[in-house]
Write a protein that binds this ligand. Sequence first.
Ligand code: HEM
Ligand code: ISQ
Length: 146
Amino acid sequence: MAFTDKQESLVNSSYESFKQNLSGNSIFFYTFILEKAPAAKELFSFLKGSAGVQDSPQLQGHAEKVFGLVRDAAGQLRATGTVVLGDASLGAIHVQKGVVDPHFVVVKEALLQTIKKAVGDKWSAELSTAWEVAYDALATAIKKAY
Ligand code: HEM
Ligand code: ISQ
């Protein structure tokens, strides 16, 4: 099924909600990931060896990039029906770091829960589906390098 204007605008407006509390939402996102996949801590150079998730511009920057790429994927899906990686090395980075399928499931769940928290009572099944479809298409594009 085609990605609709409505789905794109749902993703765009909730992305703005995410950005409105970038610090709190980023902490929530990382904490969720590390709870579900503690070993992921050693994969990220910016978390490795640290006591835990602590707020920093660097941490926020990485989280913002991930959410921003999913948002961008939603725009591409609506416009062209497919997702092309802007940075072709993105696949290779994840291969090289040893990122595997179950990690993608954890990050997806973390992303959805973070958006859910960010939008509060604006959360809906439709909003969730829009993020899921965009994330899955982006993850597929990244995994093409595998
Ligand atoms: C690196 C995005 C999924 C682990 C990166 C980078 C981007 C990115 C943009 C480059 C470094 C940065 O600026 O952050 C994404 C997107 C994903 C995804 C859009 C899903 C659609 C995953 C998953 C994992 C993962 C599932 C595993 C938990 C990593 C690691 C690096 C990386 C370990 C290297 C970070 C470093 O130490 O510098 N990712 N990623 N990514 N990603 Fe992902
Ligand atoms: C996946 N890839 C790169 C950066 C990330 C930051 C937080 C959570 C997941 C990520």
